[in-house]
Write a protein that binds this ligand. Structure first.
Ligand code: KIV
Ligand code: ZN
Length: 513
């Protein structure tokens, strides 16, 4: 292993959450933060505290509970942003403030309406202010990928003089090509006189599908921090995918003279968790974490793999947390086999009561499904329900018949009382949702409904994510079952429980960056 460290800065909870339709509540952010800590991510960018009260609370909560990774909060180069970021980080063991201001001609002229000299002064003042709260300051010249090189070098030199110890170069609009971006990093490090006093980082967007390529080219040219997200989640076409960066660098140690500290065995679990929470399915042919990434269909390939795995595989499925041993679980499997599988998959719960809970869920699933695959278990382990539900599922009877409108009878326990309603709808799920609304009378609006099958086959578990909104607040719900309509009903009940428990959450009220 090479001894230079490549720092992994994960921004799933900040840039990833800015992805349209990916807003998460605090419980969900905490689940992801724990997974990132288990992955051994160096820095977690936990949010943009000035953007909303819920962003502030999420950074605060993550700072209180996560001690294995540094916690970073984003702030524009403005006094109020930096003070808010500092407040949110008070309980963090290793807090970082990340401040930014745009440096490209188009952003300075049209957005900021500032002269270049004002931009430098604003950046320097912001860094000096942030330095009062923590020594760990990251500065980003936003839209660096379209900025004038000489001006960019001036800004960076002043930022380092003011106390920034990480300089992040964002390709904010994903405009660069790999050779060009690598060259930019090389020239910045060469031309900035005090570049030896800072770590250079990159933050690439994926508008041309080049975010990972650009980031890796930057690493080959001296960048030692990469900003990335699980599954490449992020604004527009997303950010560089963490799993792709980590596995490329680790697998091609003949090319890279650095490596990350990431525990790659946790990659699959994190990917499933983020996909389940956001309701953004991972495409089957997605590099590293797609369902087909380690599947071999053609006879020639299968023959080669049987003879020697290396003929068609450049990475081992085990290294990203998939186990390829022959231990297949089913309804007759006992606690020992189940426990061994969880250990192999790196998803063994920390407490015995969590283990028992998971074992119970596994038995329940095994009653409905013949074979339990690794993906089913990863999903079960990351599919945690909210505390003490007010609304609980009791019974459903859904009827669909050609030429007739589907109807659904739903029974729910609401605050201990058994209530029921029957309703029709445009489809089975619609009918079931209408019946639930008749019982709960929430007046919420459904803004996202997403179904993903966890494994292939008609007996596979369907995983449903719903997002509902009421009074400008949004609530996510998740449900999984071998019956898609039941999974949908469970997901809606999950979201409604959050609405009832936390009616004023404001995860949707955001100021954009
Ligand atoms: O894309 C971008 O420029 C950003 C900055 C805030 C680093 O997200
Ligand atoms: Zn970004």
């Amino acid at each position: 292993m090479n001894n230079e460290n490549l720092i992994i800065f994960d921004t799933t909870l900040r840039d990833g959450e800015q992805s349209p339709g990916a807003s998460m509540d605090i419980d969900e952010k905490m689940q992801i933060a724990y997974a990132l800590e288990e992955l051994n991510v160096d820095i977690i960018e936990a949010g943009f505290p000035i953007a909303s009260q819920s962003d502030f609370k999420a950074v605060q909560e993550i700072s209180r509970n996560i001690k294995g990774s540094s916690i970073c909060a984003l702030a524009r180069a403005l006094e109020k942003d930096i003070e808010r970021a500092a407040d949110s980080l008070i309980d963090a063991k290793s807090p970082r403030i990340h401040t930014f201001i745009a440096t490209s001609p188009i952003h300075m002229e049209k957005k900021l309406k500032m002269q270049p000299s004002e931009v430098i002064k604003t950046a320097v003042d912001a860094i000096a202010l942030a330095k009062n709260f923590t020594n760990d300051i990251e500065f980003s010249p936003e839209d660096a990928g379209r900025s004038d090189l000489d001006f960019l070098c001036d800004v960076i030199e002043s930022a380092i003089d003011a106390g920034a110890n990480t300089i992040n170069i964002p390709d904010t609009v994903g405009y660069n090509l790999p050779h060009q971006f690598g060259d930019l990093i090389h020239k910045i490090i060469k031309n900035v006189s005090n570049s030896n006093k800072a770590i250079f980082s990159v933050h690439c967007h994926n508008d041309f599908g080049l975010a990972v390529g650009n980031s890796l080219s930057a690493v080959l040219n001296g960048a030692r921090q990469v900003e990335c997200t699980i599954n490449g989640l992020g604004e527009r076409a997303g950010n560089a995918a963490l799993e792709e960066i980590v596995m490329t660098v680790r697998t091609r140690q003949d090319i890279f003279n650095c490596d990350t500290r990431i525990n790659s065995k946790m990659i699959m679990k994190s990917s499933r968790l983020v996909s389940g929470i956001t309701g953004f399915p991972v495409q089957p042919n997605k590099a590293i974490v797609g369902k087909n990434a380690f599947a071999h269909e053609s006879g020639i390939h299968q023959d080669g793999i049987i003879k020697s795995r290396e003929t068609y595989e450049i990475m081992r499925a085990e290294d990203i947390g998939l186990v390829s041993n022959s231990l297949v679980l089913g309804k007759h499997s006992g606690r020992n086999a189940f426990k061994q599988k969880l250990i192999d998959l790196n998803i063994m719960p920390k407490t015995s009561s969590e283990f028992e809970d998971l074992f119970y869920k596994f038995k329940d699933l095994a009653d409905k499904k013949h074979e339990i695959f690794d993906e089913d278990l990863i999903n079960l382990s990351s599919n945690l329900s909210v505390t003490a539900n007010l609304i609980n599922f009791n019974y459903m009877n859904v009827v669909t018949e050609s030429g007739k409108k589907p109807s659904a009878l739903i029974k729910l326990e609401v605050d201990g009382e058994l209530l029921e309603a029957e309703s029709k709808g445009d489809g089975a799920v619609d009918a079931a949702f209408n019946a639930i609304e008749e019982i709960i009378q929430s007046n919420c609006k459904l803004i996202l409904y997403s179904v993903n099958n966890i494994t292939s086959g008609t007996d596979s578990q369907g995983e449903v994510t719903v997002r509902i909104t009421k009074d400008k607040s949004t609530y996510n719900g998740h449900g999984a079952d071998t019956d898609i309509v039941k999974a949908s009903v469970l997901a809606l009940i999950n979201a409604l429980n959050k609405l009832k428990q936390n009616p004023n959450q404001d995860s949707s009220k955001k100021r954009g960056v």
